[in-house]
Design a binder for this molecule. Structure first.
Ligand SMILES: [Zn+2]
Length: 195
């Protein structure tokens, strides 16, 4: 039933499912050709973007909102060494590494709340896919940009970042990660009066 007074395009915040929900372990289906540039795909993409921003994630794949389809949303806020990427959705993506080089970096996941772990990923990848209107998307990503895309792409194949970790010893809770990894110097200073 339509909600009275709300235009059809109003973004909905969808429920993000957590590890243990079977949809996170399924291989998602390609978005059918006839869905491009339709309200159905537009609404799903809009809701995915909205949910990602409300949940304060940098990426969200459709299986994480219990839609076993091959699309994901992501964005990069930008920093000193990373360019900003506006929130966008890529449908039916294909990725391949450019070169063999990998690097470890910290990841978290909205479907595995409260944890962070070190995950090896390809440093540079090529991405091909479609936009919601069906137009082709083609880009090369590196660093954190490449990491976010590889993390989201994995969700389309039923893979979570824990499966990619080679050193489970690095797994930690977010407050501890913030204290001992993000700002270790400050944490030491804080502790010194008790020493
Ligand atoms: Zn995730």
């Amino acid at each position: 039933m339509a909600e009275a007074g709300l235009p059809a395009s109003t973004a909905q915040k969808l429920r993000v499912v957590r590890l243990g929900h079977p949809v996170l372990r399924k291989v998602a289906e390609p978005v059918p050709e006839e869905w491009f540039d339709t309200g159905r795909l537009n609404n799903l993409a809009t809701d995915l973007l909205h949910t990602m921003m409300v949940e304060e994630g940098v990426g969200l794949a459709a299986p994480q909102v219990a839609e076993p389809l091959r699309l994901f949303a992501y964005w990069l806020p930008g920093s000193e060494d990373e360019p900003e990427v506006e929130p966008r959705v890529i449908v039916n993506p294909e990725i391949r590494p450019v070169g063999e080089e990998t690097e470890e970096g910290w990841e978290g996941c909205l479907s595995i709340p409260g944890l962070r772990g070190l995950v090896p990923r390809y440093v540079r990848i090529k991405v091909k896919g479609r936009a919601v209107d069906g137009s082709p998307v083609s880009l090369t990503a590196d660093g954190f940009h490449a990491r976010v895309i590889q993390h989201e792409y994995d969700h389309l194949d039923g893979i979570v970042y824990l499966d990619r970790m080679t050193a489970m010893r690095s797994l930690m809770f977010e407050p501890e990660w913030e204290r001992y990894v993000l700002a270790p110097a400050e944490a030491e200073q804080e502790e010194s009066p008790d020493a």
